[in-house]
Design a binder for this molecule. Structure first.
Ligand code: NAD
Length: 279
């Protein structure tokens, strides 16, 4: 599904380039030496290259908060940069929220700026967080409407649980959000027509949590006892009951980067339409 979506974006970029005279450009900033993050950054560069987005990568083993703020301000002012992404997590000495709020909300392709969160809250157009948006695209792709459905979201993080719950609500679902202090998690999950799990605990959700014929979207990325990647859902068992289930790897995660590309194109188009830059 991710490759198919990327092909659609690639074709759109060709026509946008004809119209506006340049390709969209994404700037990615990474601070630290975390190997998994380095892999994510390289993957973003590869996808950018594949679909025709220019990428600028800024890698720092470490950086002072003020220097990082200055870099973001410079990228905000740079007319040739459409999207700015900060790879998370940042080192502890840097205030993450301050950094995120420094990004011009029109270039905030992760959708974490308070302005964009407000747009999502109000159901207005804006740049949306990538992982939740990817799940909406998945449901659209299989022709599944959330209207009137019982959606249970397990996990209440700012980057996945809360935004995906709002998106489902905006699509007229009845939404329940569960978290570490939820009582009777199993009983609540059993109600779900659509069960979205974003916790980070391998195989937390077993078949007994899942209603027959439910749609199950597994966001978790964990390692099992043998060190293999796995989700929060016991895929082998739950797939026997679910009408639709996403695997890990290759499910929700595969679409996240594609949604980042989609947001970069959206940011670029917003510029073109409002002419807040002249290229
Ligand atoms: P987080 O740690 O910020 O939040 C985890 C949430 O799970 C919290 O709200 C917590 O209350 C809840 N929780 C913890 N234990 C629980 C329990 N026993 N029962 C019910 N709820 C419980 O995590 P996050 O950033 O939202 O990420 C969640 C998982 O999704 C991680 O494995 C992460 O790696 C993965 N992730 C994947 C993608 C992707 O692109 N596929 C993107 C972001 C996160």
């Amino acid at each position: 599904m991710a490759l198919q979506q990327q092909q659609i974006l690639k074709e759109e970029i060709i026509s946008l380039k004809d119209r506006y005279g340049r390709s969209p450009c994404l700037a990615v900033i990474m601070v630290g030496t975390d190997q998994a993050s380095q892999v994510y950054v390289r993957n973003k560069e590869r996808v950018c290259q594949r679909i025709g987005i220019q990428s600028k990568t800024y890698l720092y083993d470490d950086i002072e908060e003020e220097a990082l703020i200055l870099l973001i301000q410079a990228l905000n002012e740079d007319d040739h940069v459409d999207g700015i992404l900060i790879e998370m997590p940042l080192p502890k000495h840097i205030k993450t929220q301050r950094v995120l709020e420094t990004i011009d909300s029109r270039k905030d392709v992760d959708g974490f700026h308070p302005d964009n969160i407000a747009h999502l809250f109000l159901g207005e157009p804006g740049l949306r967080p990538c992982t939740p948006e990817g799940m909406m695209v998945m449901l659209d792709n299989i022709g599944y409407s959330l209207e009137g459905k019982e959606v249970v979201v397990v996990g209440r993080s700012h980057i996945v649980g809360k935004p995906v719950a709002l998106m489902a609500l905006n699509r007229h679902a009845t939404v329940t959000i569960c978290h570490s202090r939820t009582k009777n998690l199993k009983e609540v999950c059993q109600r779900a027509d659509v069960l979205i799990v974003a916790v980070g605990k391998a195989k937390l959700i077993t078949a007994s949590y899942v209603k027959e014929g439910a749609v199950v979207l597994d966001v978790g990325i964990n390692r099992d006892e043998e060190g293999k990647l796995c989700g929060d859902v016991d895929f082998e068992e739950v797939q026997k009951k679910a009408a639709y289930i996403t695997p890990v790897p290759g499910g929700v995660g595969a679409l996240t980067v594609t949604m980042l590309m989609k947001n970069t194109i959206e940011a670029y188009k917003m510029k073109g339409e409002t002419s807040w830059i002249i290229d």
